[in-house]
Design a protein around this ligand. Structure first.
Ligand code: C2O
Ligand code: CU
Ligand code: CU
Length: 578
């Protein structure tokens, strides 16, 4: 009897699961929205590990999570505070963790070079330089980003700052300030994720909000803030409220807008974040649906209406249909009851201040989408930017599909889209921009604070399937005045350095041999290790090299001559007797 019972209940669960996984656009949402726990600094301990998660009660789906079974905690960062993250990898293979949107040094950025081997812990520490906004974090290992995110590794970051704190905005997390991570998944008959690496990114017909299928959230009858993250690997959403109710966009990827932007629809591509205010005053006891009106996406966006040639959509495909994301159940009150009229001021970067324009052509190489005709190669630096420069990046799409272009390190301001100024919703700080076929989008940005001759930053399509397949490139930010500039050169084992005569009274010859053309810097240090002057800086050819230097204006004493070859310093004591 017991066995039969178990069999029946197991079958019933599978049947129930199949129904849930196929039906997504119902109106009566049944599951309470999961609100990820918050974590506050200055120390953040994150552990990535395999787990199982019951998206449907009784059915365990194999997943990956940070400190839990799916997704991760919401990290609260105070702007200008120093933080320490300890990121442990227990997933059984290597990965990385990237703080998407944050302005951090390359070695703290968690790009594909900053590999966290299985069983190890990565410990980036930095000061949060960003303004108040919503970021997110996710793995970034080349060829594995699509899969690792799909299996569940992603989480929200909220940056707070005094300017935002002084505004009358809802900010009680989970109460009137609601995280809304939008993702889609495909489940098989056993309730397991179907991961298919091809295409723009493994998608699916089941929408998850913070990992919850068909969610509702209870909110007060006043102003509610939603922090929307398109955390899907390859699906564009067209956000709106039922009955064309308006809402107010208050933030874009990298910060608040100058003033609330009243809208009925907002398109969101993968990687993009937006904060909106919904005024639910006078709606006590009612429900309001947050939907994706994807039938209105008709320009070839994945998730919209299919255009052009291509396989017919699967019968259960939700692309091009309208579906509910989250039901807002209104009861009680809120602490904020009106929409502020002004938010922050945004200093505009002037086009005339740009040091250069850098073209980025989204095009094809064989049968994959790439950037500037080349596929991502971890050993090739595609672009070199000089620290302190303001640049215009001009992104042109020569493919047949829109692509969300994302850049690390910086936030940018869109100058124009197909020659026209950006809409109000794209007028704030951005780090992802969807570029349509045939269009050129130009943005302006400034590369400040972080230069590193070794570790590059990434730019890429945020359709994670495209990114993994090669639609990514890497740029170094180099400090043109830096003492050690290494551009791919190797330390030379047979390096020899001599200085003669030594002791010297006047002229000194510094001789050294290079095995290959290298970046060289020669400096004089005093006995206490303080740099006195730079004697030479630049490129030198392979072979015997000499620099002749006159010990003029230097008092007698003990010194060191330092020769840096591709960033590797070697030094030699010299005695100056004048
Ligand atoms: Cu959200 Cu380079 O990524
Ligand atoms: Cu990023
Ligand atoms: Cu793409």
């Amino acid at each position: 009897m017991l066995n039969i019972d178990l069999m029946l209940s197991h079958r019933f669960k599978l049947f129930a699961a199949a129904c849930l996984f196929l039906v997504t656009s119902t109106s009566g949402q049944t599951n309470k929205l999961f609100i990820p726990a918050t974590m506050e600094g200055p120390t953040f301990d994150l552990t990535m590990a395999p787990s199982t998660h019951e998206f449907t009660p009784g059915i365990a789906t194999s997943t990956l999570g940070f400190n839990g079974s799916f997704l991760g905690p919401t990290l609260i960062f105070e702007s200008q505070s120093a933080i320490q993250l300890n990121v442990s990898n227990q997933i059984g293979e290597a990965t990385t963790v990237h703080w998407h949107g944050m302005h951090v040094a390359p070695e703290n950025d968690g790009g594909p070079h900053t590999v966290i081997a299985d069983g190890t812990t990565w410990r980036p520490a930095f000061t949060v330089l960003d303004r108040a906004t919503t970021f997110w974090y996710h793995p970034h290992l080349h060829h594995k980003t699509n899969e690792h995110v799909y299996r569940g590794l992603a989480g929200l970051i909220i940056v707070r700052d005094p300017i935002e704190a002084a505004l009358s905005l809802p900010r009680a997390y989970g109460v009137d300030d609601i995280p809304v991570i939008i993702q889609d998944r495909q489940f098989d008959r056993d309730g397991q994720f179907v991961f298919n690496a091809g295409g723009v990114g493994a998608g699916g017909n089941t929408i998850l909000i913070n990992g919850t299928i068909e969610p509702f959230v209870e909110v007060g009858a006043g102003v509610v803030r939603l922090r929307l993250v398109n955390g899907s690997n390859g699906r564009v959403y067209h956000i709106g409220l039922q009955n064309n109710r308006t809402f107010f966009q208050i933030g874009s990827d990298g910060g608040l807008l100058e003033q609330p932007n009243e809208l009925t629809r907002l398109r969101m591509a993968p990687g993009e974040r937006t904060e909106i205010l919904v005024d639910l005053g006078n709606l006590d006891g009612q429900t309001v649906g947050l939907w994706s009106y994807s039938s209105e996406l008709v320009r070839g966006e994945p998730g919209g209406v299919a255009v052009g040639p291509g396989p017919p959509p699967r019968p259960e495909d939700i692309s091009g249909t309208d579906f509910q994301l989250l039901e807002l159940r209104v009861s009680g009150s809120t602490s904020v009851t009106s929409i502020p009229s002004q938010l922050v001021s945004i200093e505009r970067m002037e086009e005339a201040s740009a040091n250069r324009t850098r073209p980025m052509i989204l095009n094809r190489l064989g049968d994959i989408d790439v950037i500037n005709g080349v596929a991502m190669d971890l050993s090739v630096i595609n672009e070199v930017v000089e620290l302190g420069d303001t640049e215009i990046w001009s992104i042109s799409n020569a493919t047949g599909l829109p692509h969300p272009f994302h850049i690390h390190d910086v936030q940018f301001q869109i100058l124009d889209r197909a020659g026209s100024p950006p809409s109000a919703s794209e007028s704030g700080w951005k780090d992802v921009v969807l570029v349509y076929p045939g269009e050129t989008v130009r943005f302006i940005t400034k590369f400040e604070d972080f230069a590193d001759p070794d570790t590059p930053y990434m730019y890429h399509c945020h359709f994670l399937g495209h990114e993994d397949a090669g639609m990514m490139g890497q740029f170094l930010v180099i400090d043109p005045n830096a003492t050690a500039i290494e551009r791919g050169g190797l330390p030379d084992d047979s390096f020899t350095l001599s200085s003669y005569p030594n002791p010297t009274t006047d002229w000194t010859t510094i001789a050294y041999r290079l095995e290959q053309r290298s970046q060289v810097k020669i400096s004089l240090f005093d006995a206490l290790g303080r740099e006195i002057k730079t004697l030479f800086e630049g490129w030198r050819d392979a072979g015997e090299n000499e620099s002749i230097w006159k010990a003029q204006g230097v008092v007698s004493g003990s010194y060191f001559i330092q020769v840096e070859v591709n960033g590797i310093p070697r030094s030699l004591p010299v005695l100056i007797q004048r």
